[in-house]
Design a protein around this ligand. Sequence first.
Ligand code: SAH
Ligand code: SF4
Length: 413
Amino acid sequence: MADTNLMSIPGQVDPVPVARDITPREDGRVDLIGLPKDRIRELFETAGLEPKQAKLRSKQVFHWLYHRGVTDFEAMTDIAKTMRPWLAERFVIGRPEVVEAQHSTDGTRKWLLKTADGHEFEMVFIPDADRGTLCVSSQVGCTLNCRFCHTGTMKLVRNLTPGEIVGQVMLARDALGEWPKGSMAGLDDAEDEGHYTSDGRLLTNIVMMGMGEPLYNFDNVKGALKLVMDGDGLALSKRRITLSTSGVVPMMDKCGEEIGVNLAVSLHAVTKEIRDEIVPLNKKYGIEELLEACAAYPGASNARRITFEYVMLKDKNDTDEHAHELVRLLKHYKLPAKVNLIPFNPWPGAEYETSTPERVKRFSDIVFEGGISAPVRTPRGRDIDAACGQLKTAAEKKSRAQRDREAAEAASA
Ligand code: SAH
Ligand code: SF4
């Protein structure tokens, strides 16, 4: 098995070696979250169950884990009472540990989470009138070092396991009280029914836009999203899931074929010179190659357009000419495209500034006039550093001691 320790960045654009799919625990038990049904069956067999028993039990356990959200084998009422301690001795139902939970004044929520072996990462929930979007991390840190992104400045990186990725969605369901009623004792009063959207859920969409480059952790992201999309699992439609990549061209087709979710591409610039500077991966996979891969993306159509993200950096990539060139490129490659204009979210030490609102408006108008939708994304959760590109674990910003002091002060206030 590979090492799960954090690794230093091997080079600006080199993928992180694939890490193991299960994080080992000190108590020797195996966390079932993140494992497909077949793998659970195998583990039950290895632990001594007859093949038929193992098959039946894995089916039951899978249902309790992903459909009902239970975190305790004792709650699995259709499993024999004597069997439950047998399971608990060998397995756990993990959730990432919550180190800190923050609420923005605009309703955005951010969680600082920790893996069983002590690495911290973040997850963000963004509620809107008609939907609720969970922004999920795929790595601790990121190796790609985009110049405008705080996550890219983290020095150490590790891939998250499927369990740590799907665990974020499960934790969000815990926090929002969104498991079927009756299965989560104590959480039933967590949300007022009045806040529910028409389809009865707060969490309706998932975006792989948290920390990390999801296509540099393809297998684990795929494993996690399969569980999210599985009808017996979390049962979220692939149409409600979007994966954002900074442009890992060789993995894009595989992503469409094997995962099938919506694609978002962090384009951010229309000339080689500027994109090389702000998205260093461009030196490896250039704009033309990237747009060709987008044109060939399986499943893209006018009904399921590709989102092009464009961060608005003052005096860098925000001129009228850039907007015209963007329209030309997207049309040249006949892309079913929509553009998301993201005003740059500042962070301490960043070398860029946000384009003026007038500039952003003008840029958006030009793209719209070119026949491509280009809404400006309102920054969300800036006050708690939860907005795009602001994620960087508190571990690197504040010391543990400082956080403990703050927690103690908050508790006594
Ligand atoms: N690594 C993936 C997904 C995570 S980033 C990717 O790069 O696509 C999610 C989006 O936020 C990306 O489009 C990213 O370029 C953008 N972003 C990063 N830093 C930002 C910042 N400081 N302000 C605004 N958007 C930013
Ligand atoms: Fe990594 Fe995406 Fe940030 Fe670039 S923008 S450093 S790819 S997380």
